[in-house]
Design a protein around this ligand. Sequence first.
Ligand SMILES: [Mn+2]
Length: 345
Amino acid sequence: MQMTFRWYGPEDRISLEEIRQVPYIDGVVTAVYDLPVGEAWSEAAIERVQRPALEAGLTCEVIESVPVHEEIKLGSEKRDALIDNYCTTVRRLGKAGFKVICYNFMPVFDWLRSDLRHKRADGSTCLAFDEQTVLNLDPAKTSLSLPGWDESYTHAELLGLLERYREVDEEKLWDNLIYFLQRVIPVCEEAGVKMAIHPDDPPWGIFGLPRIITGREALDRLCRAVDSPCNGITLCLGSLGSNPANDLTSMAAEFARRDRIPFVHARNVKITGKNCFEETGHLSREGSLDMRAILTALYENGFDGYIRPDHGRNIWGEDGRPGYGLYDRALGAAYLSGLWEVIAR
Ligand SMILES: [Mn+2]
């Protein structure tokens, strides 16, 4: 197991030196953030984010993420050229020594929350999701935006994109995902890179858009659709755990045993109602997930990939990027490392 920490590149307010001083951290997870989605990443752009991490004495082997262009998810005639670009990026990342690429296949919106600074009883703030608040902000009916929306779309562009997705139901989205993977995974096998799909967050459909990576059956279908160790999963405990029907301990055991978990996002969530949750500290008793049981299942089934503390709260007065402050994620890394030490002894 390699403990990692997300770093948003040279623009991140949190420095590599600070990350390195978290004694449990082996490396960083990063990405090229300054190129348009769909463009192949140049070797120089990759080096610009990788080199400072290596010079700081950290490993840099996981990319989060290489975004998938909407035309690929829509399955339009523009997708083949965009998939070629994606493959070029995969080859260059493999050449540079990267081992895992986290990506997702969520239409239009990436993760969604109703509140980025939800005040908790202890005075900390966290990300939270309240379904009614979100539904009241239907993008077709309002120009308000929600945390997680891509602000690069104008309202008209957003409506146009939502309209195009009316032709794409869940089965069509599956077809488009498999089409993509059938072309990318062979390149990954040559390049020595594993793809690790991030589950949909939250794991249910929103605004009529299809969402497909939502639970055990979906992950099983994904693995079987392109049967390669390079076609894997980012086991995001908080995303999948927002739905109480997902048994994370048994999913961790099953997919670790099948060697399909190259990357784990570890965080806890507290389910506060139907399709409502808030993100808590990492500790088991803070939320709805049993971290010890999940990490034990990973260990006992041979997990040897990368893990990182996922979203943390903002604590001790820190005004960090929501979910990505330094302090609570460092505490999360310490807690997870402590658990792992005991489990692995
Ligand atoms: Mn995650």
